[in-house]
Design a protein around this ligand. Structure first.
Ligand SMILES: Cc1cc2nc3c(=O)[nH]c(=O)nc-3n(C[C@H](O)[C@H](O)[C@H](O)COP(=O)(O)OP(=O)(O)OC[C@H]3O[C@@H](n4cnc5c(N)ncnc54)[C@H](O)[C@@H]3O)c2cc1C
Length: 448
């Protein structure tokens, strides 16, 4: 078969798919996705009293072969026992479809995965004595606690609640460890009390993850799209319910919103919000723009790597930890431009120059650079929680009381999403406080 050619059977199932839709009140459901091609599949099943697949329906967002394989597997599995259905493989589906183009083989794999996930969901509901989705929403819980966000605050909250004997799942949508692993994996953590010298961000994260796993915390690589006041958590993959939810979604770098910025942020075209991998800047002419710790650390990280560093900021003086301010001022490799605003970033395919505005002289001037680091601050990652009705302050941080409670009962928030202090020690202590209070809350809910 040619790499792109579809068989007649695939075309037939694509044009007239069987069993499209969603079973109301299913006995089991499974959703899987392939992040590379973007295909998403949801299977819902009904199981007969004698343990056979009585009905199967699918909803698939994807290519022709994703739809054809979904349609085919529902036809193949209907009437089978669960054990028989669990044995259906990707190869079986592809063979029934008289072959798939090699690059599409992952799609049939997805259909088998979705069906298997639905069957496993049914089996675990059965084990918990649930009957259908209705009962699940009304009474049954997947976990005592769901933590949204796998950074230091969320992982600490999970570790501490699991240590108190609660069932806990942490959902992480991007990178375990939060900004520690994405922004500065190789940075030494110098200001965390009691931590050995030279501990790197990634070592700290590795230890947190190990502790969480050792305590039986379920680690889910799923982005949370919605949390309801009933503590129903909808993710990119499925729906879960907990007795309590801890929000630990941290912050995102602030965009400057200037012309040219958006053109060069993706695909290594020259605009960055932090210096995660300094070696990328080797021998380059770099503008660091902003003020405060994020900007100071960016400039210092590049000090002995970049060819030329210009550090521009709107204010008269640099602000941040005294040690870092002094180090930047002392450096003969970092050129400082105070009272200077970044106006525009220009280039053809990659960054070639910037336009700056001298606030004293009130005039624009150009600077030839290869890369720009925009370090103008971080903003709390709260957008999806507005719908939940969580109160935020004027800068968007989630409002919490001294026990990390939000205004919604059973919903807590910890870490950078609640405060501009942005210190690891604060994030983990908030995680510990929330864990303690959540444990009391859950025990009360359970009638202890
Ligand atoms: C450049 C820089 C340097 C720093 N240096 C230091 C330092 O030297 N010392 C120090 O003490 N502190 C430092 N900090 C601060 C410290 O890193 C933070 O305080 C800490 O990481 C906060 O942890 P957190 O768990 O609240 O948030 P984060 O670390 O931001 O983690 C939040 C996590 O939630 C995930 N998430 C968000 N939304 C969703 C969703 N909808 N579904 C699923 N997952 C989601 C994110 O992907 C992320 O992994 C620094 C911060 C920065 C930016």
């Amino acid at each position: 078969m040619k790499p792109t050619q579809y068989s007649e059977k695939v075309k037939e199932h694509f044009k007239n798919p069987k069993n499209v839709g969603e079973i109301e009140n299913p006995d089991g459901e499974g959703t899987v996705g392939n992040p590379l091609c973007g295909d998403m599949m949801k299977m819902t099943i009904k199981v007969s009293k004698d343990g056979r697949l009585e009905d199967i329906k699918f909803k698939t967002y994807g290519c022709g072969s994703a739809i054809a394989t979904s349609s085919m597997i529902t036809e193949m599995a209907k009437g089978l026992t669960l054990e028989e259905a669990l044995k259906i493989t990707r190869k079986d589906v592809a063979e029934k479809l008289e072959g798939l183009p090699p690059i599409k083989m992952h799609c049939s794999n997805l259909a088998a995965d979705a069906l298997h996930a639905a069957i496993k969901d049914y089996l675990s509901r059965k084990e918990r004595g649930e009957v259908g989705v209705q009962a699940r929403v009304e009474g049954a819980f997947d976990y005592d606690v769901i933590v949204v966000g796998g950074g230091p605050a969320g992982l600490t909250a999970a570790i501490q609640t699991a240590a108190r004997g609660l069932s806990v799942a942490v959902f992480e949508g991007k990178s375990w460890g939060g900004v520690l692993s994405t922004i500065y994996p190789n940075k030494k953590i110098l200001n965390f009390p009691g931590l050995p010298d030279n501990t790197l961000g990634r070592d700290f994260v590795t230890n947190l993850l190990k502790q969480a796993r050792d305590l039986g915390v379920e680690m889910k690589n799923e982005f949370v799209n919605e949390v309801s006041p009933e503590k129903v958590v909808k993710t990119s993959i499925g729906t879960y319910r907990a007795r309590a939810v801890i929000i630990a979604t941290g912050t995102l770098p602030l965009a400057c919103g200037i012309p040219g910025e958006a053109d060069f942020t993706k695909g290594d075209k020259g605009v960055y919000y932090y210096v995660s991998y300094p070696e990328k800047f080797m021998g380059k002419r770099v503008l660091v723009y902003g003020n405060g710790e994020q900007a100071l650390e960016s400039a210092l990280a590049l000090e002995n790597i970049a060819d030329k560093i210009t550090f521009a900021y709107k204010e008269k003086d640099l602000v941040g930890f005294d040690k870092n301010v002094k180090a930047v001022k002392r450096s003969d490799r970092i050129k400082l431009l105070s009272k200077t605003e970044l106006v525009k970033i220009e280039g053809t395919d990659t960054v070639e120059k910037v336009v700056l505005h001298d606030l004293d002289e009130d005039e624009d001037f150009e600077l030839v650079v290869d890369m720009v680091v925009l370090a103008v601050g971080m903003t709390p990652n709260t957008d999806i929680y507005r719908k939940l009705g969580v109160e935020v302050d004027e800068r968007g941080f989630i409002k919490v009381d001294r026990d990390q409670r939000t205004n919604i009962e059973g919903v807590y928030a910890v870490g950078d999403v609640t405060t501009d202090l942005q210190l690891l020690v604060v994030a983990v202590s908030q995680g510990a406080t929330a864990a303690h209070r959540v444990s009391e809350y859950v025990q009360k809910q359970k009638g202890f």
